[in-house]
Ligand binder design. Structure first.
Ligand code: SF4
Length: 354
């Protein structure tokens, strides 16, 4: 087991150098480049100030002020994608500043100021609020006219109002779906009541399939079809259902094992993980056993949802992603619901054990 882990760790150290150096913020320029960066509540897929939210900017500011990148969020991690971010005076501000936060509290709100996003991150942490859901809720609030896109001071004030328990603060604290209902906003980026992550599903259609079908709602960690995965063009529909399904099964297995997502819930890692499990507990784990574990987890989640009242009609994206063309890619989300219904059809039996 130790020898297998050593070889595995050496591979991670060599293969994840950009993640170590820039953290998950390395994705800002990548996703902006393909036109999938949520900007002003998904009105655009490219943000003119993306560079100011990038991993390069984060590394430069963090290291110049006494913070750091290449920080391990727990002892023993060899990837170390975390960071410690200080303010202009060199005082600790937050840790870690992540891609999803930089986009959903940054580009999604029309704010290209990394220090401002770091302050929002700190406020959310102090208030116990998820930065992604909060960013999406603020985007919907801006869409509904509660404040203007780009209003940094307004965001800071509204976040503080969540802690103070004002009417506006209590509304924001309910998340994007509720803010949309109260303000009468139709463009609400949420599935099953959970807001989308920082990947526009018109530019990354496989991730869109995962958003629509994951039992957890619009959760990228359930099966993120990033550029390069499966050798597909992320903007084309072909092959995305199969890729999403495959990655959702592997992700569920990795989650059940407690493996960090940045190790990579991808097909090439299934064999090595099965081997490590075999060495660890003496049972003969094969790749198919790991995949069965993932399917079993998903089947339980799907059955839970069914009993909680969710039906096939809930497995879809908000209509505006099908109706509005994303300017940068010229695409809409065009996978029919009949294809989305196929994602788990072969192993989930409603009312059964799965
Ligand atoms: S455990 Fe995962 S999230 Fe934490 S620093 Fe390591 S790679 Fe990043």
């Amino acid at each position: 087991f130790t020898a297998a882990m050593r070889a595995w760790s050496e591979g991670l150290i060599k293969g994840k150098k950009a993640l170590t150096r820039f953290g998950t913020a390395m994705l800002v320029n990548v996703i902006n480049g393909i036109g999938g960066l949520p900007t002003r509540n998904y009105r655009q897929g490219r943000f003119e100030l993306a560079e100011k939210l990038s991993g390069e900017e984060l590394e430069a500011r963090a290291t110049a002020r006494g913070g750091r990148t290449a920080h391990a969020c727990h002892r023993g991690c060899v990837i170390r994608c975390s960071n410690i971010y200080h303010d202009e005076q060199g005082q600790y501000l937050t840790s870690a500043l992540e891609y999803e936060t930089l986009c959903l509290l940054g580009s999604n709100l029309g704010i290209g100021d990394i220090d401002a996003v770091a302050r929002f991150d700190r406020l959310c942490d102090d208030l116990g609020m998820d930065t992604m859901e909060t960013g999406a809720a603020l985007g919907v609030a801006m869409e509904g006219g509660l404040l203007a896109f780009g209003d940094t001071a307004g965001v800071e004030e509204l976040l503080k109002e969540v802690g103070a328990g004002t009417v506006r603060g209590r509304l924001l604290g309910q998340g994007a779906a509720t803010v949309g209902k109260v303000l009468g906003v139709k463009r609400v980026p949420a599935v099953k009541g959970q807001s989308l992550s920082a990947y526009d599903p018109r530019a990354l259609k496989g991730t869109g399939v995962t958003y629509a079908t994951s039992p957890m709602g619009a959760d990228h960690t359930a099966g993120n079809c990033l550029p390069g995965r499966g050798g597909l063009d992320t903007k084309q529909a072909a092959g995305q259902v199969d890729l999403s399904r495959q990655l959702q099964i592997i992700s569920a297995a990795c989650d059940a094992l407690g493996v960090c997502i940045f190790v990579g819930p991808t097909p090439d890692n299934v064999g090595p993980l099965a081997q490590q499990l075999t060495y660890f507990n003496g049972n003969n784990w094969q790749e198919r056993d790991l995949l069965e574990l993932g399917k079993e987890v998903l089947a339980m989640e799907l059955e839970f949802n069914r009993q909680a009242g969710f039906g096939p009609e809930d497995d879809d994206l908000p209509a505006f992603f099908r109706e509005e063309v994303l300017p940068e890619t010229g695409t809409v989300f065009d996978l029919p619901q009949s294809q989305l219904a196929e994602v788990f059809s072969d192993f989930f039996r409603p009312g059964g054990s799965g």
